[in-house]
Design a protein around this ligand. Structure first.
Ligand code: GLA
Length: 734
């Protein structure tokens, strides 16, 4: 996948500009959607439209259209409103020019279209201020089949003096409807992605992060915006947006006095003033947009396809079943604990063993608790005298792959690293550095720190040729930001430069280690965004492994991010985070809807549980291609208050599907669950087999054949209705 990115850059450079006619509308089109911009009589770049694709020739290039009044009173929203002139909404651009002026007027100069790869077009529109020599390029990349348009902006200062960038957004989108409903996600550690849908009112609603590093722990930069009513699953106009940035962000939804919704999204301008010297440029992260007039179900499918085709690493590779050592061993292990776990993992059908935290640091800095060791990435010779290579080889001998945990951006005060390089640690001048989880953050704005992290990754990979997976963690956010590396008058560059430093490290690592699988983890899902995802193979969805909570967390997460990347592990009962007890079947049925793994000590399973787990893993391997590469259809929304959740994956060729249903509460003796299936062919016959059966099947038709139109119209009913009842069905065309 990463290779694809490099390739597309090369092709892009070789492509020719194919269009630069300022009299015709600028159309950024995908198979089913389009965005239209025009140049108004006074030279403004006007945003006309983003929605369903037009069938006909547009009226935009008539003289009358082009000369309609544009006084900023609501007729013609600019494509990228800069503060100045009539722009009174939250602007997408706010500059202070070299002479102290706070206003900017952007006028269209030219545009060009290139085709970086088959099915993808890139439209660049150049704008300039007639008075000040700055250039703003708006970059729209349209992905035909996936119906995704990404937007970013590049600002160049040619004024001859220093330019102050107070705000430079990635995107601005004006919309007009009777009402607007925003679905967004809040959370906290082990409770990520809690869905809220609200009707937006006149005024401003903002979703933002000011915490750096763990930018998505309390809110995610992904949202749904539904027009004229709450978002429905299969009908209605819904926009999906997700910012590809792993630092502070801000999404602003401003309903203005004309009833228009103005969406501005990008890097958070909070304490983030950026200075450009003459000749310097600043490029924003991408905002990923999709639109569907068939409800939010299609929004999810568009984004999943886009991520699988254009973002995620190794996205055409089936993900292995993992046993991660954290909840099964924590930091309390020796060599035998680990080799025993590997032996058990092999017997139960696991394909990848991951050694979590606790394997490094020595002497007084041994990582036996979270108080010490971070930064000292040498194997703990007391716990693991024969090193990592011995463990990795042992795994390979048993038929498993081997992975290992690192947290390379962090340092414990109790470590050799903290003693040797105090100047590498994030801090605000002479203020005492605050600790979170007994750790500090390394200053990634500093190229020496970037080199250190790349070297850490290399060194760990160098511990064994049999390491094929890295779990990259980041367990705290930024407090009292500041850098010893950045000059005093550039401290506000910290937020942007940290994330750019991180991406540069990711880039270098991916070039050097293109094959290794990397998990994106930050105390669970505290760094889950489209920007980081493209360097990774998957993410640790949440430290909360409690199945009942995971149903909602995974449902929200999978609105945007696909199941193939959603690491979902069966842990022990009672659950370590919540104390809740749940049957093993329920725990498996929930975890099998994502990238299945285990997060437990296999020795703690009794004989019956062991046999169940072994069979469930075997069943997962059968349905894995449908879950990981198929289309997601949500059937019953866990947020709707009815106490049910259900969804389905359908293979791309439509020949197979897998169905999941969960009871979230006790429904009463006579209640049963009934739902219609989706995505099948009404003219085909399907055999349905129930998986993970406990004592008896919950579906009366287990093993029987049904016509597609029956399944999609009358639907199926299931004998589930108690707390922790669940059903998994494998549906195969015959
Ligand atoms: C974080 C991760 C966990 C585990 C611990 C180890 O909390 O999310 O999965 O790796 O760190 O310290």
């Amino acid at each position: 996948m990463i290779m694809k990115t490099f390739l597309s850059l090369t092709l892009a450079a070789a492509s020719l500009s194919v269009s630069a006619n300022e009299n015709s509308p600028i159309r950024v089109s995908t198979d089913d959607t389009e965005m239209v911009m025009t140049v108004s009589g006074n030279g403004n770049l006007v945003h006309n439209y983003y929605g369903k694709k037009f069938k006909n020739v547009l009226p935009y290039n008539t003289k009358e259209y082009r000369e309609q009044p544009d006084n900023g009173a609501g007729y013609a929203p600019q494509a990228f409103p800069a503060y100045g002139g009539y722009v009174m909404i939250s602007p997408a651009l706010k500059l202070i020019h070299g002479d102290g002026s706070h206003t900017t007027h952007l006028k269209y100069v030219s545009h060009s279209v290139t085709q970086p790869e088959e099915g993808v077009t890139c439209t660049e529109v150049k704008l300039k201020d007639p008075l000040y020599d700055i250039e703003l390029t708006l970059i729209y990349t349209a992905y035909g089949k996936e119906n995704v348009i990404t937007q970013s902006a590049r600002l160049t200062n040619n004024e001859g003096s220093r330019l102050t960038v107070e705000n430079l957004a990635s995107t601005y989108l004006p919309l007009h409807a009777d009402s607007y409903y925003l679905t967004h996600f809040h959370g906290v550690w082990a409770t990520e992605m809690q869905l809220v849908e609200e009707q937006l009112q006149p005024g401003i609603k903002s979703i933002e992060s000011k915490r750096g590093v763990q930018a998505t722990q309390t809110a995610n930069p992904a949202f749904l915006l539904s027009l004229n009513g709450p978002a429905r699953e299969d009908a209605g106009e819904v926009y999906g947006g997700a910012l590809a940035w792993s630092g502070n962000y801000k999404l602003t939804f401003e309903q203005d006095e004309c009833g228009r919704m103005n969406v501005v999204g990008g890097v958070n301008d909070f304490a983030s003033t950026y200075y450009l010297d003459n000749g310097e440029s600043l490029t924003t992260p991408e905002m990923v947009w999709t639109f569907s007039n068939r409800g939010r179900g299609q929004v999810s499918r568009n984004l999943h396809d886009w991520i699988r085709h254009h973002s995620l690493s190794h996205s055409d590779m089936e993900r292995p079943v993992v046993l991660n050592s954290w909840e099964g061993a924590y930091m309390d292990f020796d060599e035998k604990t680990i080799t025993d776990m590997i032996d058990d993992a092999a017997k139960i059908g696991v394909e990848m063993f991951v050694l979590d935290d606790g394997w490094f640091g020595n002497g007084e800095y041994a990582r036996n608790t979270d108080h010490s060791g971070l930064g000292d990435w040498q194997v703990n010779t007391q716990k693991l005298p024969r090193g990592i290579d011995y463990l990795a080889k042992h795994a390979v001998k048993k038929g498993l792959k081997f992975g290992i945990w690192i947290e390379p951006e962090m340092v414990n005060p109790k470590s050799r690293l903290a003693e040797t390089h105090p100047e590498w640690i994030v801090k605000s001048g002479n203020r005492d550095k605050l600790q979170i989880r007994q750790q500090w953050i390394l200053d990634l704005t500093n190229p020496e720190v970037q080199d250190f992290i790349v070297k850490t990754f290399d060194d760990v990979m160098g511990m064994s040729r049999d390491i094929s997976y890295i779990k990259w963690d980041a367990n705290r956010f930024v407090t009292d930001f500041g850098s010893d590396y950045l000059p005093a008058d550039r401290q506000s560059h910290f937020w942007i430069d940290y994330t750019k430093g991180l991406y540069s490290v990711y880039d270098r690592i991916r070039q050097k280690h293109p094959d290794v699988m990397i998990q994106l983890c930050s105390s669970g899902g505290a760094r889950l965004d489209m920007g980081a995802l493209k360097y990774h193979d998957e993410f640790w969805t949440s430290d909360n492994t409690n199945s009942l909570d995971r149903i909602r967390i995974q449902n929200s997460t999978n609105l945007f991010y696909p199941a193939i990347a959603t690491a979902s592990h069966v842990s022990t009962s009672p659950n370590h985070q919540t104390g809740m007890t749940a049957p093993l079947k329920y725990r498996f049925d929930v975890a099998m809807a994502g990238r299945l793994g285990l997060e437990l000590q296999p020795k703690h399973l009794n004989e019956e549980e062991w046999a169940f787990a072994q069979k469930a893993i075997e069943a997962y391997k059968k349905i894995r291609p449908i879950v990981q590469f198929g289309d997601l259809y949500r059937l019953k929304n866990p947020e709707d208050g009815t106490g049910w959740a259900s969804h389905q994956y359908v293979s791309k060729d439509g020949k197979e599907a897998v169905f999941f249903a969960y009871s979230l509460k006790y429904h009463g003796r006579t209640t049963f669950f009934q739902t219609r299936l989706k995505g099948l062919d009404p003219d085909k016959q399907y055999r349905i087999t129930e998986l993970n059966k406990k004592d008896w099947p919950s579906f009366y038709g287990d093993g029987k054949v049904f016509p597609g139109d029956y399944l999609m119209n009358e639907g199926i009913s299931l004998g589930i209705g108690n707390n922790f009842d669940s059903t998994v069905l494998h549906i195969e065309e015959i």
